[in-house]
Design a protein around this ligand. Structure first.
Ligand SMILES: *[C@@H]1O[C@H](CO)[C@@H](O)[C@H](O)[C@H]1NC(C)=O
Ligand SMILES: *[C@@H]1O[C@H](CO)[C@@H](O)[C@H](O)[C@H]1NC(C)=O
Ligand SMILES: *[C@@H]1O[C@H](CO)[C@@H](O)[C@H](O)[C@H]1NC(C)=O
Ligand SMILES: *[C@@H]1O[C@H](CO)[C@@H](O)[C@H](O)[C@H]1NC(C)=O
Ligand SMILES: *[C@@H]1O[C@H](CO)[C@@H](O)[C@H](O)[C@H]1NC(C)=O
Length: 356
């Protein structure tokens, strides 16, 4: 069985791929928060500053609630793929989402006006994450999945407190798409489902996939047809006396990753339809596995009624419950001055602080 949600397994693979030799960051979890000098708990479960404090920084595992930088507010927008000028690597991005709509790792490529996320032989694939958080809204994309056992294509919303709404394609079965959701990363095996997709090949044919996420209801729509609905009402957890419904600001992520990599847990490999074949025809002819993304759209919805709205720049957490009532909208800035800065001192490393 998967011990983490698939998005988090992918994050840990990506973390080991970028780990620097000269610095072993402290780990972090709900029980063990980050220390003050490395206050931000990244989505990789490691403490640091700079990029660690941006997208994916978990306020519930960080040194304090305001260690992570505030999250850039939702922006309704249509993305086309003429160039990658609005995409930065995760070493470059410092939180200015107006400058860089996307932050990425791996090997994205443009081809025929589409975005290809590629996975060369023995790599951990590619991740393209949008820097404007969505706090309820509709995201949609035209997608052709990758193919091949062990290869997983994804189109998801993931919040910093690990609420998650997923579409995932397992390359071993090109007739269906899996749907899933999580609240605060709590694993519940009954959350997953799958839907047949019309036609016979999600790799060869374009389909339109949509996540329509409102405060009260979540719908997965494929080619304009609702294939699954989750109501907030149905997620009430009596033990915890709360709705275990995805409800915190989330980033849209497109990814391609090797769930069937031999070093992964057996359950992950089985879920992915078996071990990856690194001599697959796509590796031989193109040099990589690939998933193709066409136009991507984001339509922002209003925040839940009763939300504390004090501005229009960013979201931040005002308590540690991780519920929608924990989120406020403010004018707090989202940009760090340097890779050493954190939510606790966003100007650290700027010229003015160096002079003083
Ligand atoms: C963090 O966790 C990883 C994986 O569990 C482990 O290999 C590593 O030693 C830990 N690092 C520290 C600093 O504890
Ligand atoms: C963010 O980038 C935009 C566009 O390049 C620029 O106009 C703006 O000043 C930047 N904001 C900050 C806070 O650096
Ligand atoms: C309900 O909440 C409790 C406490 O957080 C959690 O341990 C449990 O897994 C939740 N139940 C379900 C079905 O998710
Ligand atoms: C963000 O803004 C709110 C209200 O405008 C303020 O109370 C809070 O301290 C700010 N938080 C940070 C981290 O700057
Ligand atoms: C700091 O000053 C240098 C040289 O004047 C300039 O190139 C750089 O952009 C400045 N950096 C910031 C963060 O203002």
């Amino acid at each position: 069985m998967l011990r983490l949600t698939s998005a988090l397994i992918f994050a840990s693979l990506a973390a080991s791929a970028v780990a620097a030799d000269d610095f072993t960051p402290p780990n972090c979890s709900l029980d063990e928060h980050c220390p003050e000098e490395y206050p931000c708990c990244s989505v990789y479960g490691q403490c640091g500053t700079g990029a660690y404090c941006l997208g994916g920084c978990d306020p519930l595992m960080s040194y304090s609630l305001d260690s992570c930088a505030p999250m850039p507010i939702c922006q309704s927008k249509t993305y086309k793929w003429e160039n990658l000028d609005n995409a930065a690597t995760n070493n470059e991005y410092l939180g200015n989402a107006s400058e860089s709509d996307w932050v990425y790792s791996g090997y994205p490529k443009l081809e025929d006006g589409n975005l290809l996320l590629t996975m060369p032989k023995n790599s951990v694939g590619s991740l393209f994450a949008n820097n404007h958080y969505v706090w309820y809204g509709k995201i949609g994309a035209n997608i052709k999945s990758s193919r091949g056992q062990g290869v997983v294509t994804a189109f998801i919303l993931l919040s910093d407190t690990k609420d998650e709404i997923d579409y995932e394609w397992v390359g071993a079965d090109l007739t269906e798409v899996q749907t899933n959701w999580y609240f605060q990363g709590i694993l519940d095996w009954t959350n997953g489902d799958s839907s047949k997709v019309d036609g016979d090949d999600t790799f060869g044919e374009w389909h339109h996939y949509e996540i329509d996420w409102s405060p009260d209801e979540l719908k997965w729509n494929v080619d304009g047809k609702t294939v699954r609905t989750l109501t907030k009402e149905s997620t009430f957890n009596e033990t915890a006396n709360r709705y275990d419904y995805p409800q915190t600001p989330s980033r849209m992520q497109l990814s391609l990753w090797p769930a069937g990599q031999a070093s992964n847990a057996q359950g992950t490999i089985e879920w992915a339809g078996g071990e990856i074949d690194w001599d697959h025809e796509d590796i031989k002819t193109k040099g990589y596995y690939y998933a193709t993304y066409g136009e991507v759209t984001v339509e922002c919805y209003d925040p839940p009624s009763g939300t504390s709205v004090k501005g229009d720049v960013s979201y931040d957490f005002k308590d540690n419950k991780g519920l929608d009532s924990s989120v406020e909208i403010t004018n707090n800035k989202t940009v760090l001055a340097s890779l050493g800065a954190t939510g606790l001192d966003m100007d650290l490393g700027s010229n003015s602080t160096m002079l003083s």
